[in-house]
Design a protein around this ligand. Structure first.
Ligand SMILES: NC(=O)c1ccc[n+]([C@@H]2O[C@H](COP(=O)([O-])OP(=O)(O)OC[C@H]3O[C@@H](n4cnc5c(N)ncnc54)[C@H](O)[C@@H]3O)[C@@H](O)[C@H]2O)c1
Ligand SMILES: [Zn+2]
Length: 347
């Protein structure tokens, strides 16, 4: 498995960046960060950049709006960036999605470079060309597909990432291993989550995502395997949000992976022992969530999922460890059983 030329895994992001900029000879450049990555990540590359201005957005999902885009477009306009400029985005999935969208629409599109600084952005958000912002209550409602000219994946940035954010991204990494690579899953489950070999895992996740997206850019089939753990995961995320106790995305996905692996076992796609392995590891890493007494409350939320058809819940399920299938119909009873199983687990 290989990454394309424009996505590079790098121990020295500042060197890769300056080398690329020397070759491309952009007339002007701007850097986009959020408040945290300006402090923790930008200093690493600052001195290797030619003259530039830094545009900073607030940190967090609440800032992923058109209003924030307006601030960025204003700053780009004030700087008189022309069409041959580049925007260098240093941050997590929020800065990457929003910055990529601002660049893609400014003067009908200027180049942008992604330097993801969270595990989630390295393993998932920065690969696949989806950029955009939230709108009203809807996530990623406004957006386009556009590839960055360069993506630098460097785990040096993970050193300052809060532990809870790191662990949240780990759920996507685990998902990628479970759906595509049994030997890698065996390596992962052999170590506690804090001591994982992040650069190897980022390389694997990004490569898998790239390959899947390249084969199925518009999510007609194969790309749906990336939704493993996400039907129940999204329902759990919605439930906690409504309770006023928002979870990080990966924390909900971890619970979703446990429940959906139980469903896969009910359908004879994986063994009971494999479900136990997955549950034991994920519970040790993520702890156990307090799901509602009545599992139907979560199961019901799965009927809202975007991937459904004809009011039937369709999931991407493991088909043996290291493989997955998609559009598998799952009944209310199967979802309820799997949530009851989750409720019966001990940490
Ligand atoms: N485009 C896609 O295909 C795709 C895929 C998955 C997720 N996403 C999007 O990604 C977003 C979530 O991304 P995220 O989890 O990276 O969140 P995020 O960008 O909000 O970053 C999480 C927090 O960590 C801070 N941070 C980032 N890097 C840091 C570092 N190295 N050191 C210290 N603090 C740091 C940020 O300031 C923020 O407070 C969501 O909006 C989601 O929709 C997009
Ligand atoms: Zn996800």
């Amino acid at each position: 498995m290989m990454l394309p030329d424009h996505i590079r895994v790098s121990a020295w992001p500042e060197n890769d960046l300056s080398e690329f900029l020397v070759k491309r000879k952009y007339a002007q450049l701007a850097v986009l960060t959020d408040e945290n990555t300006k402090t923790h990540c930008y200093p690493r590359v600052k001195d290797s950049l030619p003259q530039h201005r830094v545009i900073t957005i607030p940190a967090g999902e609440q800032a992923k709006t058109i209003e924030t885009c307006m601030h960025v477009w204003h700053a780009m306009t004030d700087q008189a960036l022309d069409r041959h400029s580049v925007l260098i985005i240093i941050g997590g999935g929020v800065a990457g999605d929003l910055g990529g969208f601002c660049a893609s629409t400014f003067k009908r599109g200027i180049d942008f470079i992604l330097i993801p600084t969270t595990l989630l952005a390295m393993a998932d958000a920065s690969v696949g060309g989806k950029v955009g912002v939230d709108f009203g209550y809807y996530k990623n409602q406004i957006g386009v597909f556009r590839e960055p000219v360069l993506t630098i994946l460097s785990t040096v940035f993970l050193n300052t990432l809060p532990e809870r954010e790191l662990r949240s991204g780990f759920a996507e990494v685990i998902k990628h291993a479970l759906i595509s690579d049994k030997p890698l899953w065996d390596v992962i489950r052999g170590k506690p989550w804090q001591t994982q070999e992040w650069s190897r895992l980022v390389q694997h996740s990004a490569t898998l995502k790239w390959q899947v997206v390249e084969q199925d850019p518009h999510e007609k089939g194969l790309r749906k395997i990336l939704n493993a753990g996400h039907t129940i995961g999204h329902a759990v995320e919605t439930y906690y949000l409504a309770k006023g106790q928002p979870l990080l995305h990966g924390e909900a996905v971890a619970a979703g992976l446990i429940c959906e692996s139980k469903i896969a076992a009910q359908k004879g796609l994986i063994t009971v022992q494999e479900v136990q392995e997955i549950s034991t590891y994920l519970l040790a890493a993520f702890g156990k969530l307090n799901l509602p007494e009545r599992p139907e409350e979560i199961a019901q939320l799965c009927y809202q999922d975007k991937k459904n058809k004809d009011n039937k819940v369709l999931m991407a399920l493991l088909n043996g460890i290291g493989r997955a299938r998609w559009d598998v119909e799952v009944s209310m009873a199967e979802m309820v059983d799997s949530l009851t199983y989750y409720g019966s687990l001990h940490t």
